[in-house]
Ligand binder design. Structure first.
Ligand SMILES: Nc1ncnc2c1ncn2[C@@H]1O[C@H](COP(=O)(O)OP(=O)(O)OP(=O)(O)O)[C@@H](O)[C@H]1O
Length: 212
């Protein structure tokens, strides 16, 4: 599997946010997207996920079940995309049924995913009752209940404590080891060695190899 980003540019309204971003990510590779507030990290992820149109260039996925990145990826945005009134388990069952698995992998049972996120015993609670950090952990469980080869993550560790940070780094590492691809916008290190860095500078992206 390879993710190709070719001379990509995007606008918000009339404003050009970035241009000329080209990169290739292979199976097992991670990319962190860094930069100041407003530099275009979320815009980049939303364009990859198909939520925003490209202004120029293209995004292409090769060697996955579908060449459509939107179909072959999980997008975890700033919001957790869970219904407050439904329980944790009900929310995850919904996402599992709604998304199904991409070819080439199988999602974990909901209860197993809840355990993997360190939230055993609260699956019966309405999502709205959970703390901000618990809610973020539950949103991450969505990554596990339906298989997608590519994870697109916007500030995944916001509101997480140190132990949840480490747990999340373990999830990402596991996904990469299984040949997945992860692109994560972040203000804080994810604690994963060997991932590449795309530094957003406004109107462009600059590459660096980072021991992130
Ligand atoms: N709907 C919109 N219309 C016009 N401009 C927008 C819109 N949404 C965002 N922008 C602008 O696009 C630019 C990039 O925003 P983006 O959210 O991608 O930045 P970011 O790097 O993710 O920021 P942060 O670190 O604060 O999350 C910002 O200058 C923002 O004001």
């Amino acid at each position: 599997m390879k993710l190709h980003v070719e001379d990509l540019a995007a606008r918000r309204g009339e404003d050009l946010i970035f241009q000329h971003i080209s990169l290739v990510l292979q199976a097992g590779e991670g990319l962190v997207v860094t930069g100041a507030n407003g530099s275009g990290k979320s815009t980049f992820l939303r364009v990859l996920s198909g939520l925003l149109p490209v202004d120029a260039g293209r995004v292409r996925l090769e060697g996955a079940g579908s060449d459509n990145l939107a179909e072959s990826s999980h997008y975890l945005g700033h919001r957790n995309a869970m219904k407050r009134e439904l329980t944790v388990s009900e929310n995850l069952v919904f996402w599992q049924d709604f998304m199904g698995d991409s070819p080439g992998g199988r999602g974990l049972p909901v209860e197993v995913a809840i355990d993997a996120l360190g939230l055993s015993g609260i699956g019966h609670l309405p999502f709205g009752y959970l703390s901000a950090g618990q809610q973020r952990r539950m949103a991450m469980a969505r990554l596990l209940v339906a298989f997608r080869p590519v994870w697109l993550l916007d500030e995944p560790t916001a509101a997480l404590d140190a132990s949840a940070d480490r747990m999340f780094a373990g999830l990402v590492r596991g996904h990469l080891e299984q040949g997945g691809i992860v692109v994560a916008a972040t203000h804080q290190p994810l604690g994963i060695d060997g991932v590449r860095e795309l530094r957003m500078t406004g109107f462009a992206g600059v590459f660096a190899e980072a021991g992130y």
